[in-house]
Design a protein around this ligand. Structure first.
Ligand SMILES: Nc1ncnc2c1ncn2[C@@H]1O[C@H](COP(=O)(O)OP(=O)(O)O)[C@@H](O)[C@H]1O
Ligand SMILES: [Mg+2]
Length: 278
């Protein structure tokens, strides 16, 4: 669905390279134009425009309540599932507006997967069935063997396979918090999404589990686009290629991550990253 441009020939591990903007010939994965969002009469997003580069990691930072989760939930049409919630503006995936009339939100969520702050495994299901449960809509077209294959591949991509390959039938609740979160990532990957949205995915994890998830994101971005909300600025600096700073429903500034953290253009960004408010 999203056109695949050739990967940029840069070593993304060097700070200089991660500071470099997306190569100009690469297509944006998502393009957000004047996005507004409401909860009933409450105006949560005030016209946000942002380009999300293909196969890079975009971090969303900002103080609690500034609209980070709302923004993320507008990128896969989850926002509208809240009663009274409303969206205006355009969100393109590739060149297709996910809010155009006739677009099926379930189909959108297959292409734009999401993982939440707290690991949310289905408690009564096995590890295998948790991953298989991620397969949306026409699950029935898969044979059992095909589902098994998808499950193995998703667990491998989520860097969890080695830890669970001998206990796929065990309850997902037997896993540690960090493993459960990678299980949820595997569940999202089962659909082979173009984009993975992560809302504070490591907020409930210990430092070692956090590091595993961060390393995993680095692997995943070779193949897909990641948008991560984090209240942890060090994490944004470690993992992302570009960072967007939100404040009170406005996008204040978006820049290559190294630029945003070393020479922010807006005094409000500077105040936030230096811990002077928020
Ligand atoms: N379900 C909801 N109903 C009404 N207001 C909400 C709901 N969820 C969030 N809000 C409000 O929308 C604003 C943005 O919230 P949110 O996107 O969750 O912020 P963040 O993720 O940056 O902490 C806040 O003022 C919050 O109180
Ligand atoms: Mg939030």
């Amino acid at each position: 669905m999203v056109p695949r441009a050739p990967r940029a020939a840069v070593d993304v591990q060097t700070p200089q390279a991660s500071a470099a903007p997306a190569s100009p010939e690469r297509q944006p994965c998502m393009t957000v134009v004047q996005l507004e969002a409401w909860f009933g009469k409450s105006y949560a997003l005030h016209g946000v425009s942002l380009t999300i580069p293909d196969r890079e990691i975009t971090a969303i930072i900002g103080p609690s309540g500034c609209g980070k989760s709302t923004f993320l939930r507008c990128l896969n049409r989850l926002h509208e599932t809240v009663p009274g919630a409303r969206v205006r503006g355009r969100v393109l995936l590739g060149d297709r507006d996910i809010y155009a009339p006739g677009v099926d939100p379930i189909g959108v969520r297959k292409h734009v997967g999401m993982v939440f702050q707290r690991p949310t495994p289905f408690p009564t299901m096995s590890i295998r069935d948790n991953v298989a449960a991620g397969l949306r809509v026409s699950d029935t077209r898969y044979t059992r063997a095909q589902i098994d294959e998808i499950v193995v591949h998703a667990l491998q991509r989520a860097a969890l396979w080695d830890e669970v390959s001998n206990r796929l039938r065990s309850s997902a609740l037997a896993l540690s918090g960090g493993q459960q979160q990678r299980l949820c990532i595997a569940r999202a990957l089962a659909n082979d999404p173009d984009v993975l949205l992560l809302d504070e995915p490591t907020a409930s994890l210990d430092p070692l589990s956090t590091r595993k998830v961060e390393e995993l994101l680095y692997e995943l971005k070779q193949e897909l686009t990641v948008v991560i909300v984090t209240h942890n600025m060090q994490q944004a600096a470690r993992v992302s290629d570009q960072t967007a700073f939100f404040l009170s429903g406005d996008l204040i500034e978006v820049a290559p991550t190294a630029t945003l953290f070393t020479s922010p253009a807006d005094p409000r960004t500077e105040a936030y990253i230096t811990g002077r408010f928020g």
